[in-house]
Structure formats: C-alpha cells, structure tokens
Design a binder for this molecule. Structure first.
Ligand SMILES: *Cc1c(COP(=O)(O)O)cnc(C)c1O
Length: 404
C-alpha cells in the first residue's frame, strides 16, 4: 500500500501548478484578489476596510443606478433568472432584440449584435472580418481580447508601434502595393486602458481609406465616456459612417455586463451564423439585457453624469500633476501615476490602501517594468471632497516613498 501511495504522489499530474505558483512568487507577481463587500460606489468596503476606490470601470455610477436596478428586478419577475439556451436555439428573448435595436440607433449604425462580454465580442468578430488570406494590422497596445481574437484567425498579422501613424501608413501602403485585392483589417482600441490616451482615429481612418482597408475600433473604455451622450470615440471625432466596425462593452461605463458589435446589417447576419461565442454560449439573463436598456435611457436623459465625470477627471488629473506626479499622456478619466519599478508601484498601492484609497499597482507584463504604475480611474460618483482626500493621501504616501 505504501508503495502505491508514494507512486501516486510522485505522479501528481498537476504538480506543475505548484511550480508555477512558486515562480509567480519568486518574480513578485503573486497576488490575492481583493474582495468587495458592499455596493461598488466611490466609497466601498474592500477586504473589510472602507476605502475610496479609484479602480472601478463604473465611470458613471450606473451599476447602482436606481433605474438599472428597477429594470433588472422587473425583468427577473417577468422573464425569470436565466435565458435558457444559446441565441440560435431558444435563447433570443424579446429583450435581447430590443437592446440591439436600441444600441444600433444609439450608435448610428445599421445593426448591432450583443455578446456575453466585450472579450467574446472581439473573439467572435475578428475571425469573421479576417478570413484566411487577409492581413490584420493591429496597434501594439491593443487589449488582450483583440490579441486573442487575432490568434483565432489564419490571417497574417502586422503589429505597429503604439499610435505610430507613420508606421501604420507605411505598413498599409506596402501591403496594398503587393496585392490590390487582399482584405486588410486595421484594429485599434478607442481609449487605451493602461495609459488613458485616445486613438488617433482621424489619421487611422484617412490611412485606411487610402488603402481601402476595414477599420475596427474597440471602444470598451470610450463607451459611455467619449462622444455625444457617451456614443464613443467614432462620434467624438465625428467619424460616423467612416469606421466600419465598432466594438463596445456594456460592462464598464454602462454598468452591467456584455459586449456588442455595431456595423452594417450584413455583418450582424454573418455573425449570427458564424461567430462562435454567439453560437456556442448561452445569452445574457433577461436582467442583464433590461438593465443595459435602462442604462441607455440614462445616457440619453442624464448627460450631466458624463459632464461630472469629465469635471472630476480634470480636477484629479490636474491635482496629481500639480503634486509633481508623472501622469504620462492620459487624455481621459484613466490617469496612470507612473513610478518606475514594479515593486515601487505595488508598495505605493499597498500604502494607499492602508490610508483608505484603493488604486491598483500595475507592472510587467501588463506594462513595461520601468513604466510600472498605479492606475487611477475617477467616476462621476466621486465627490470633490473624496477626490481631494485622495490627492492628500497620494501626496503623503508619494513623499514617504520619495516618488515626489
Ligand atoms: C475591458 C475591455 C474589454 C473586455 O470587455 P468585457 O466586457 O469586460 O469583457 C475589451 N476590450 C477592451 C479595450 C477593454 O478595455
């Protein structure tokens, strides 16, 4: 018996997981998830401590908005807790169709198809837009879900340095020179999530038009933040009609969960027939679709939320800069505080948390090691007083750690 026991242990087929955890620890990358124990508002309880959070994507405070909560509760009463199946079998409910029609009107596009998340929207749509033989031209800082979507294709990939318009233009010209008919797909984030800078969309569209390329923008951090009533980066730059495919998320400023692809009706039809996350994964519960519909009502009827978001963003960013922090090239409510080494960023984040401010430390491999940072996101919900409290804590801890 003892021999068998020893053999069983020696052959633990999952032993590599322990080794991986040791490696994470050795590289200073091991972390525990922080647990939110209250509603997620500007002030919330995390790991047993009341803190002001600067880490939520809940830009407009919609995830606790009374109209969204009421819509979700009513949908549960009327339609139940789950949707029962994938969309192509019996999982398309009237609320899903209503949400898509509403989003299409909102985005000024012919049609919209929703997905379970922004992540699955990208992994669903990219293989459709870039069949074998196509070439994808992608910004180096695009989101992980775009990278994974690209990995699912058999298309050729060309990555251009972040927001380098010369490199993009040259790449497109070269591709077109060698093949006049090849499908070219240019993909960019609308707002880049680690630096808070906005894609140079007018130049991207000009370059793409000159090369007869498709443009796809992933507006996860721009939905509800940029453009009229939060319509996104395409509307922000008045490029409606010149960007063929817009991906959005319903999980960030919209306050709920989900992703969508907005574009021509033909795209929606092909996605319905071919996009794998749509075909093989169950649709949103009714409460999610209903809350998203209520969120669009709020975007249209309470534009002051977006106004307040931007006032808060300006106030906080200016405050950090006055204190002497390096905030990089942020142009949006995402403001990185760049500190250098990863260990410093994590120490900074831990100390801020002890002082009642939650802002995540981010290091390699998400950003280059020497540009490790604490990332802050302000929302419409933060009061001036809360933001000033945060600035005071940043100043105190920043001086203690000799960052400023
Ligand atoms: C957050 C994010 C996503 C994923 O959206 P989810 O709805 O959370 O899955 C996709 N793309 C970008 C650029 C993002 O920032």
């Amino acid at each position: 018996m003892r021999v068998t026991d020893t053999t069983a242990r020696a052959r633990n087929p999952l032993a590599f997981l322990e080794a991986e955890i040791e490696e994470l620890k050795a590289n200073g990358l091991y972390r525990r998830l922080r647990v939110v124990q209250s509603e997620q508002r500007s002030r919330c309880v995390i790991d047993g401590r009341e803190v002001i959070t600067l880490s939520s994507n809940n830009y407009l405070g919609l995830n606790t908005h009374p109209r969204l909560k009421a819509a979700a509760l009513e949908a549960v009463q009327r339609f139940g807790a789950g949707s029962g199946a994938v969309r192509t079998i019996a999982g398309t409910m009237s609320l899903h169709e209503e949400l898509e029609a509403r989003l299409a009107t909102f985005k000024h596009t012919e049609a919209v198809l929703t997905f379970q998340s922004g992540f699955t929207a990208n992994t669903g749509v990219i293989p459709i837009l870039a069949p074998e033989g196509a070439v994808i031209v992608s910004d180096a800082l695009n989101h992980a879900s775009i990278i994974d979507g690209i990995r699912l294709t058999r298309a050729e990939r060309k990555i251009f340095p972040h927001s380098d318009m010369e490199a993009l233009t040259t790449t497109l010209r070269e591709i077109r020179k060698t093949d006049a008919h090849r499908t070219i797909l240019v993909i960019t984030d609308g707002v880049f999530s680690m630096d808070g800078d906005i894609a140079r969309l007018p130049e991207i569209v000009d370059a793409a038009e000159a090369a007869d390329a498709i443009v796809m923008v992933d507006d996860a951090h721009a939905s509800g933040v940029l453009g009229r009533n939060g319509r996104g980066s395409v509307d922000h730059f008045d490029l409606n009609g010149r960007v063929q495919v817009q991906v959005g998320t319903l999980s960030k400023a919209i306050g709920v969960l989900g992703g969508y692809v907005a574009g021509p009706a033909s795209l929606r039809t092909v996605l319905e027939h071919r996009a794998r996350p749509f075909l093989f994964s169950t649709s949103h519960p009714p409460a999610v679709a209903a809350a998203c519909l209520a969120a669009i009502d709020v975007l249209e009827s309470e534009p002051e939320l977006i106004e307040r978001l931007w006032q808060n963003a300006r106030h906080f960013k200016t405050g950090l800069e006055r204190l002497g922090f390096n905030t990089g090239k942020s142009e949006t409510p995402i403001t990185p505080v760049i500190v250098g080494a990863g260990a410093v960023a994590h120490r900074f984040s831990d100390r801020l948390f002890e002082e009642g401010v939650f802002a995540m430390g981010i290091g390699f491999p998400t950003v280059p090691e020497e540009k490790s940072r604490v990332r802050t996101i302000v929302t419409a919900e933060h009061s001036r007083e809360e933001l000033d409290t945060c600035l005071g804590v940043f100043e105190r801890v920043g001086r203690q750690l000799a960052i400023i």
